[in-house]
Design a protein. Structure first.
Length: 283
């Protein structure tokens, strides 16, 4: 696979405060990569470095094999989309008028606006002024703007933080479809359910450093205590070690007496793993 993003020993400080320290990783073409950490951990700073909005103090990084400082050039900016906490929308204009500006910038057809609004479930709000929108609707307009030109690479900074469950589910379906069409997605979040639902791989960022990286299932397995939980029809729950004969014997007995209601692996959540490694939660 081809590395769409390559980060090597990146460091960034602000007036003595270290936002990022020796951060290294790569994101493969076609991957959904999650950058996980609490607010203030350096997630947004890294996106701004990768999109040429900030310069790093140390290390180097590339996007599409091109040094990140060149990403501000028009021919490269058209290849990616970005959603951050700074919407940059024109509040006196309508949703449709805002998107029309970007449609013209990217030389897209009128149909691009319809598709983008459908993606974020905002077809009925196209004539509303941006100044009248809720925070969640603003976030969806910004997302529509970021993806309407069908970029090769999409940077999403907390994309569903202000959305209700229904619209969040709608966005998840759309992002998976976009990814299936070939778009690589770099996603920052502190929502573990979001990471589990969308991401092929995740990295844990804490105090500017990467603490772990891997597929969610691999991380859970790596930190598992190798046990399973069996819930019986009587309401009892039993925690048993995996791959031991005594466990097999007990399961056989319960099955013979039709006592098993459900069984699940006793693996930690991503949030549990983050807490174990850093001593704090992701909020």
């Amino acid at each position: 696979m081809t590395a769409e993003i390559n980060v090597q020993h990146i460091g960034k400080t602000f007036k003595g405060f270290t936002a990022l320290e020796d951060v290294s990783f790569s994101v493969q073409k076609g991957e959904i990569f999650g950058f996980l950490g609490p607010s203030g951990s350096g997630k947004t700073t890294l996106i701004k470095i990768l999109t040429a909005q900030l310069d790093q103090n140390k290390g180097k990084a590339s996007v599409f094999g091109i040094p990140v400082h060149e990403m501000k050039r028009a021919e490269h900016k058209s290849r990616f989309g970005i959603l951050t906490d700074n919407s940059g929308l024109y509040k006196r204009l309508s949703v449709e008028e805002n998107l029309s500006l970007y449609k013209d910038l990217y030389e897209l057809t009128d149909n691009a606006i319809d598709e983008a609004l459908a993606f974020v479930n905002l077809q009925d709000a196209r004539k509303k002024k941006v100044s009248k929108l809720s925070k969640g609707m603003l976030q969806r307009v910004t997302l529509a703007r970021a993806l309407m030109h069908k970029p090769e690479l999409l940077f999403l900074d907390e994309p569903t933080s202000a959305l209700d469950p229904g619209n969040t589910h709608h966005i998840y379906k759309g992002l998976r479809k976009l990814n299936e069409m070939g778009t690589t997605i770099f996603l920052t979040t502190h929502d573990m359910t979001e990471a589990e639902t969308l991401c092929d791989r995740v990295a844990f960022l804490h105090e500017g450093k990467i603490k772990a990286i891997g597929a969610p299932s691999d991380l859970r397995l790596r930190h598992s205590d190798q046990s399973m939980v069996v819930e019986l029809t009587t309401g009892e729950q039993h925690t048993l070690p995996l791959n031991e004969l005594t466990t097999a014997d007990r399961l056989e007995e319960w099955m013979r007496n039709q006592l098993i209601r459900r069984i699940w692996s006793n693996e930690p959540s991503l949030g549990d793993i983050f807490m174990e490694m850093t001593g704090r939660n992701l909020r």
